[in-house]
Write a protein that binds this ligand. Structure first.
Ligand SMILES: Nc1nc2c(ncn2[C@@H]2O[C@H](COP(=O)(O)OP(=O)(O)OP(=O)(O)O)[C@@H](O)[C@H]2O)c(=O)[nH]1
Ligand SMILES: [Mg+2]
Length: 251
């Protein structure tokens, strides 16, 4: 079953959206420019994510979470930051996850799996959302409880809009993850919207903000789901993580 967004009107693809014909993949890495070990991880990541992705389930509450299998990697971030778009870019599927220009599109925890060991979890956003307050409060509580207590949650990708950097509401989430000792990595999204040296500056500034955070992965991942940049590296990071847990293609 796919969750493709058939109910979205065509005009929903406005300025900030990914055109249907936009390239979804990063161009193949030039294997001469990366160390062989990294090139092997990139290739393993490509293969892993090229597998058959399945929609597993949508959970509005903790009791409705699916049974655990292998490891989970969850995508967290402010509403509209690009979580669902990143699921689509990583899996190479245009509409596996529903995306929208309207913040508050994803309203449940959506589980997608490939092979026996890997599950990606697309989550509702935090911050401003165009949805009734009770609904937002309910999903925020579910997201927080999931992030604190899911036993097979191996890493959270915390998505930050590259244009805006870390906001107070992001810091709150990072504090919660540090406190619960849940491993997380920062993924900068919409890197295509920055000019010249702005991206390098944002990466350096974000990395500096992680220095004293015990659960933070030290590397910041710049990405563009629209152009495909950084996607191969993120897939490789997932392969590396799975190998550390004795799973997956590089184990
Ligand atoms: N320019 C640009 N726009 C992007 C990129 N990724 C996502 N977007 C746009 O950002 C908007 C929000 O994307 P979503 O993937 O729905 O964001 P989300 O974080 O899942 O949002 P919620 O589910 O509402 O929390 C859409 O209009 C996307 O087309 C990107 O890499 N570059
Ligand atoms: Mg979403």
């Amino acid at each position: 079953m796919s969750t493709s967004d058939k109910d979205l009107p065509a005009h929903a693809a406005a300025d900030d959206s990914i055109p249907a014909d936009a390239p979804r993949q990063a161009p193949a890495q030039d294997s001469t420019s990366v160390p062989p070990e990294d090139a092997a991880l990139i290739e393993a990541g490509r293969k892993l994510f090229a597998g058959e992705w399945q929609f597993i389930s949508a959970a509005p509450t903790i009791p409705t979470l699916p049974a655990m299998r292998g490891i989970e990697i969850a995508l967290a971030g402010r509403s509209n930051v690009g979580k669902s778009s990143l699921v689509n870019a990583l899996t190479g599927r245009k509409a596996l996850a529903r995306t929208s220009v309207t913040p508050g599109r994803t309203q449940e925890l959506i589980f997608f799996g490939v092979g026996p060991d890997l599950t990606l979890v697309d989550m509702p956003g935090y911050g401003f959302a165009k949805a009734p307050k009770e609904k937002v409060d309910a999903w925020t509580a579910t997201v927080r409880a999931y992030l604190r207590g899911r036993a097979n949650l191996a890493r959270v990708f915390v998505l930050i809009d590259a244009r805006h950097g870390l906001k107070p509401v992001d810091i709150e989430i990072l504090d919660g993850l540090d406190k619960a000792a849940v491993s997380y990595a920062i993924v900068l999204t919409k890197a295509d919207q920055l000019r010249g040296g702005e991206l390098e500056q944002r990466i350096a500034e974000t990395q500096a903000g992680l220095a004293r955070r015990p659960a933070a992965f030290p590397t910041v991942f710049p990405t563009s789901s629209r152009e495909g940049s950084g996607i191969a590296e993120l897939r490789a990071a997932v392969v590396r993580l799975m190998a550390e847990r004795g799973m997956g293609p590089a184990a």
